[in-house]
Design a protein around this ligand. Structure first.
Ligand code: FAD
Length: 308
């Protein structure tokens, strides 16, 4: 079965939702396909304090919830739990495949964001959902008054450690280097927090546990000595990767899989645009994703109007 629209947006994070708002306001018939629920990566953070307009900060779910409400009010068709699995391009039309359905459109905006990278150590995969997690906001509540570890030293790791510190008894932040990579403001908040302990220069070796996580084994980078830390949960924030393979050869990608665009967010296929974290760019934030969504939408609008 095929459904026809003028524009299809793949991904319902800040970039995709903003594109939806702009396209609906321009009178372009648009559908947004989201593999989970709308909101995107920002759903994972409780406190965003660098998005303009909110001097006291705002939670990611509230901010993106408002974006989705605005898009829906304008009539944007949002299909949740609809994962785009392939995009074809024939005779000037795109066909985006979702399960057994496909969506035909004149233009497409790829706004799939990124996925959390796996570290690949023993126990990580087998204990997912039983103590291993990639989302503190989603799973943190299962660790009330328990000890947990966060693996990583960047913004996401520290921001999630702070989220977990509201719930857990103790949060260990494990990072392989001697210094954290995160913004100074986050580092300062973490070092002030009496429930958070930094464990620098430690490499995770494996997660131990039968049915549930019991501990994490660590190697010290200076002494090579092995130690074991008793925790009930391990949260990984070791990097992000885009899932862009399903676009086939419609778009060029860099070595890490990020979509390469020109300054108008066009890919090499006319009518296919990319916006937000999924694109090769130097800053991945909500503000830049929102800017990308607007720019991609305005250029897609021009493309559609020329074809009408
Ligand atoms: C823990 C954490 C804290 C953060 N804190 C901040 C902060 O304080 N300030 C800030 O500005 N930024 C922050 N960020 C970064 C910010 O969340 C991202 O830069 C922003 O969400 C990117 O928006 P996006 O729309 O490009 O992608 P995303 O928000 O990742 O949205 C992409 C959407 O596409 C969907 N999708 C993926 N593949 C498919 C598919 N095949 N079919 C259909 N749907 C698909 C995903 O499910 C997702 O909903 C944080 C990120 C994390 C992880």
């Amino acid at each position: 079965m095929s459904n026809a629209y003028e524009a299809a947006i793949i991904g319902g994070g800040p970039a995709g939702l903003t594109a939806g708002i702009y396209l609906m306001r321009a009178g372009i018939e648009t559908i947004l396909l989201e593999k989970q629920i709308v909101g995107g990566a920002a759903l994972n953070t409780e406190h965003i304090d660098n998005y303009p307009g909110f001097p006291d900060g705002i939670s990611g779910s509230e901010l993106t919830g408002r974006m989705a409400e605005q898009a829906r009010k304008l009539g944007l068709v949002i299909k949740e739990f609809s994962r785009a699995e392939g995009v074809g391009y024939t005779d000037g039309f795109f066909e985006t495949g979702v399960d057994k359905e496909s969506y035909r459109s004149v233009g497409v905006i790829a706004a799939m964001g990124t996925e959390a990278l796996k570290l690949g150590i023993p126990g990580e995969e087998t204990l997912v959902g039983r103590g291993v997690s990639y989302c503190a906001t989603c799973d943190g509540m299962f660790f009330r008054n328990l000890d947990v570890a966060v693996v990583g030293g960047g913004d996401s790791a520290l921001s999630e450690a702070l989220t977990l510190a509201n719930i857990a008894a103790k949060v260990y932040v494990i990072h392989r280097r001697d210094q954290l990579r995160a913004q100074q403001i986050l580092q300062a908040r973490v070092s002030r927090h009496d429930k958070i302990e930094l464990m620098l220069g430690k490499v995770p070796l494996r997660i131990n546990g039968g049915n549930e996580v019991e501990s994490i084994a660590l190697r010290d980078t200076k002494t090579d000595g092995e130690s074991e830390l008793k925790v009930s949960g391990v949260f990984f924030y070791v990097g992000l990767r885009p899932e862009t393979g399903f676009l086939g050869n419609l778009a060029d990608r860099d070595d890490a899989g990020f979509i390469v665009t020109d300054e108008n967010l066009r890919t090499k296929t006319p009518g296919l645009f990319a916006a937000g974290d999924v694109r090769r760019k130097s800053l991945r934030q909500i503000s830049t994703a929102v800017g990308d969504g607007a720019l991609a939408a305005v250029n897609l609008e021009k493309f559609v109007l020329e074809k009408r």
